[in-house]
Each structure stands twice: as structure tokens, then as C-alpha cells.
Design a protein around this ligand. Sequence first.
Ligand code: ADP
Ligand code: MG
Length: 700
Amino acid sequence: MGSLSELFAPESVAVVGATDREGSVGRAILTNLRDDFDGRIVPVNPGRESVLGFDCYPDVGSVPDGPPDLAVVVVPPDIAVDAVREAGESGVRNVVVITAGFSETGGEGAGRERDLVAVAEEYDLSLVGPNSLGVMSTPVGMNATFGPENATPGSLSFMSQSGAFITAVLDWANDQDLGFNDVVSLGNEAVLDETDLIEHWGDDPDTDVIIGYLEGIDDGRAFIETAREVTDDTPIVLVKSGRTDAGAQAASSHTGSIAGSDEAYEAGLEQAGVQRVETVQELFDYARALSGQPLPERDDVAVVTNAGGPGVMATDAIGDSRLSLASFSDGTIDALQDALPDEANVYNPVDTIGDADVERFHEAIDVALGDDGVGAAVVVSAPTAVLEFEDLAEAVVDLQARHGKPVVTCLMGGESTEPAADVLRESGIPNYFDPARGVRSLEALSGYRDVRTTEVEPPAEFDGDRERAREILERAERRGDNRLGVEAMGLLDAYGIPTPEGDVVDDPADAVAVAQSIDGPVVMKIVSPDILHKSDIGGVKVGVENEAVHDAYEDLVTRARNYQPEANVLGVQVQEMADLEEGTETIVGMNRDPQFGPLVLFGLGGISVEVIEDTTVRVAPLGRDEAAAMVDEIEAAPLLRGARGRTPADEDAVVETIQRLSQLVTDFPAILELDINPLVAGPDGARAVDIRLTVDTDTL
Ligand code: ADP
Ligand code: MG
């Protein structure tokens, strides 16, 4: 597949299946193209000589002057694949398949889609769809969709897995004066998908911000890698729907995409540097700020207002955000004192009071933005008799440009704000009635600045003993079971994850021998793939003295038999005690996501894990910074750092364990799930005292 530039800037477009029949998709597309398109429009239909005044050709091959740059296919599903093949044979390289009746209908449609993919591969086609509303590209005036609305030109490039969402958004955005560069309805994504588009738009000078509505991401790993690079220069803001479980089911029946778990998306999108939003309003609020304003160098915000209440609202919104209220320098305070009347508040939020005219406002904003400790400003104004909103808007535009710091405004009013809003809009300054929305826009800028400035470190390579690990995993296969428990502790050892001394034995006398070789009392655990939660059945004995080991062995086996007579009991593990006085029980685990691959989890562990949900996930493999961030972001992080007079745990050891586990599960795709619970994190290191995992013996 080559570059996508020709797809978006074709000189000629064929509409295969064009007709002038009222109400037909073919007619709608032709009409939309005719509106504005700079290039040549060629209807293709064997049954007509001309359509809507354009010369019509029986097939793409007979179009004079070489193959069209783009073919838009609207013929019925049973002949759509042949139509695409014919276009490919004639030398067309870019195709948009509008026709529905492919994988979204299952059965026969799925087979048809496979055929379509094969044809696309054979002719190396850049193909959008099938089941797409079409594509638009405003620089060449191309609206090759059958939607009712044309996009206003601008710098946002927009992709959507739902065609209906595009028509709704365009209808709405045109009222908001939001402009688009390219718009793509992805349809079933048989060939081109969201990753291909962000890659293209990442290199497109006409795209300032990439926005999208996605229900699923097929290859999460590829998406993360591409998005990470793209977001170095171009922000990406996405609505990912299918958030709740009920939503996820609706999504999978909608486009036939299997939605991954929401945790995976949350982590994956964040790691990709993508800003995820919840609503269409937020999507465009973010996009507007990112395309119109510079990024703040710091998160300290100045609020300048003529009204106390709304100023407090802005201040509260800042408090709820990742931003903070700037504290002014002495020089700033002096200057504000000079500029403002005595009753004014010269501390942040600056209140210029109700009788402020535009000069006073101008001066206050100028001084605040001039403070080196200020990264951005929110200007809040209620309507008053002494202030013309339009003048204020012009002052803000001028000051924003002069200081080069991001500014948002909240001109609080109805229709009276319109002319001022136009002035602001033209200069890319977001203006909202609600101060909270203005603050959120600044937050988007701050979030994206971090994406741009954070260097994502490649995962460190740890030397794992792969041979030994494989040998242990193969035991599951030999046993005809895909679950492994503490008998697989060696797996951790093979990857340098510390475990307590110990062994699995199948005889009480051997248990005594192992216990005697370990200092102090021991822990004994039943070992059986059929008993996943050992302590639930009394299968874990802690603090067993040497003389009690023999009886404890018999007792554990009896308990297992009573619990489940057919349980496959492999024996008993005799293990050195970990210090739970000084150490904290944490969990490190992995679950394989269908879209993103291995997801690594870290959190508070032990038996409390099911009661207190305090965990975080990332897509593996992980760099050190990402692993460290995981440890940092759980609620219980202070516990590890020595809360209540305890000695702080060796955090580096925990971070390294997360990285080593990440490496293990990346090296062995056959590991489907794995839990180290607990990983005891103490002052002198972290030790894994329990493990369980599931192996896909077929891929081993
Ligand atoms: P399971 O999770 O199957 O119940 P574990 O091996 O995790 O079995 O043991 C349950 C609990 O017993 C642990 O959460 C921990 O509190 C305690 N425990 C297990 N092994 C040790 C050990 N070596 N030292 C100290 N406590 C342990
Ligand atoms: Mg456990």
C-alpha cells in the first residue's frame, strides 16, 4: 500500500454504479461531488450514456485519459468485488467501497469481504470500507460521501467507525464553525484502518489535530506504536465508545469488531499518547484548543474576571484539574495594584470588579500574562454596561498573540456575546459560557504538552533463561492441563524474579527434610491445579515448626481430598517464610487482551485484592518509567513508602519485578494469564511467594 495522498487529493474520481435515480446513494455521491470538487468526475454504469450531465462509461477501463485516481464503488454487494477488481485491473489504486453487505452481516458477507481483501492485495489498493459513508477532503473540495452535509474547511482530520456519527457531527460542527481537512468513514476497515489513517495524517501538513470516534481497535499494539510517533507532532483525540460492558456488547454487534476490555483501551490509548474523551462536546473542545492555542510551558493559571462568582467557578475548576492557580510575583502584584482600583483583588483570581472597562481589563490581563510564573490565563467576564464584549475579545486576541501563552475566555451571556465570539473564534481562542469548559480546554493543552515532552523509553532487555522457562511451561502440556500453580515457581527464578527458598514434595518425610534445610518455621501449601485458591480450603499453613511438618503434610492432603475427591494433588510446597510485618502484599499479574496483547497489572495484593480494588494496568512490554509509574499511581503507594512508621519497601525491586514479568509474558505468548499474588515488597527486596498461570499449550 502506497501513500494515501492520492486518496485525499485525486484529480479524477470515478463513481462506479452512478445513477440519477432519485434517492439513490449513487446520485447522492455524484451530487455531493458536483458541488465543489476541483477535479474530474466520471460516472461509470453500463446502462447509461450520461448521468447528471456527466459522460458515463460502461466500465472503469473505458474511461479516457488513463485510470481515475479514485474509484468510489456503490454497486450492489453481489457485484461489488468484481467492480473493485475491474478498477484494480484498469490501474486504479485508490478505492472507497460504499456498498454494504460484507462482514457486518456475517455469513456470506464475511466471505465476500475476504474476497475483497484478496483483490485489494492483488492490486495493492488503498481501500476504504466497505460499508462506508465515504470520504471528504476539503482542500480539493471533494465530498465523496452520501451524507447530507458538506464539511467546512479547516485543520481537523476526522475518522469514524460509525458513518451515522459523521453525519451527526458535521451537522453540529458546521454550526460551531469547526473546520475539517479530511473526513473518513472507516466502515468495516477491510484494508485501511485507524492506524493507517493516523500515520497518513501525522505526515500531513494540513492536519493540525486528528480526531476520531472508534468502537474498537483491531491491532492495539500497532496502533500504540504508530500513535506514539504521530503524537510527537500531531495531537490525537478520540472518543472510544463501548465503555461499559453493556456498551461493549453493543459495539461488537455494531461493526462486528470484538471490543477489548475498557481497561486495556484506557491504558493502551494513554501509552499511545492519545487523549481520550467521553463526549462529542469534549472531543471538539479539545480539538479547538489544540488547533487554536499554543501549549503552556507551565500549569499555573491566572484568572482575570470582572465578576466574583464566575471567577470562583473558574478557580474551583482549576482545583479539580491537573492545573493550579498561579501565585503572582511581587512585581505583578505591585503592577496590578497600580492598574486597578482599591476595591479590586490583585491576587489570583484577579477581580477587576464590575465597573471595569476594556482598558482596565486589558491592563490586568497584560500584567498577569507577563508574570513568568503564569503559564496560561482564563478571562471571565459577565456582561456590564461599561464593557463591550467585542472590545474585550479584541484585547484578548491581541494580548494572547503578544505573550504567546494560551488563553481561553468565558464571556458569560447569550446572543450579546455572538460578535465577540466570532472575533475569538477567528483567532483560535476557545470561548465558553461555562468556566469549567474553558479550564478543561487548557487541561487538554497541558496534557498534550506532556505527551510531547515525555520521552518513552524502550523496554530494558533482561536475560531470561528461556530454555528452563519453556521446560516448566511444557509440564502443563504433559499433564494435559493448562493451569500451573506453585510447582511453576521456577519460571520466576528463570526470569530473575526472587522467590523464597522452598520445594514441592510428594511425601511427608521429604517435606520434613526440606523444612529442616530452611531457617525457622516454614509455610506449607497444597499443590494442585484443581485448587486455585489454596487458602480458601485451608490449603496454606503459615509458621509451621519443623516438628509439625509431617502432620501438616497429611492434614493438607486430607483437606484437599475432602474438598474435591478427584483433585489432582501433586504434593505439598514447603516454603521459607516471608516477613509480612515489614513487607506489603502486592500483586503483579498479566492478562492477554485480544487487541492489545499482554496487559500487565500491579496493585495491592494478598487476599485483600478481591475486596479492595487498587490496581493499575499497562500494555507490555514496559519501560522502566512506565513500570515505576504503575507503582506510583496505586492508592496504596504510601504503604510501600513507609506509612505509619514502617521501613519503606524497596520500590526499585518492585519496579524491576514488573519489568521482568513483562519480559517473560512477551517472550512467551503461550502464557495467557499469570498472577504473582502476593509479591511481598519489603525493605530488602521483593519476593514472589505465590504464582498461578494459564498456558495455551497449542502455541507453546
Ligand atoms: P492462595 O493465594 O492460593 O490462597 P498463597 O500462597 O498466596 O495462596 O497464600 C495465601 C496467603 O498466605 C498469602 O496472601 C500470604 O498472606 C500468606 N503466605 C503465603 N506464603 C507465605 C510465605 N512464604 N510467607 C508468609 N506468608 C505467606
Ligand atoms: Mg495467592
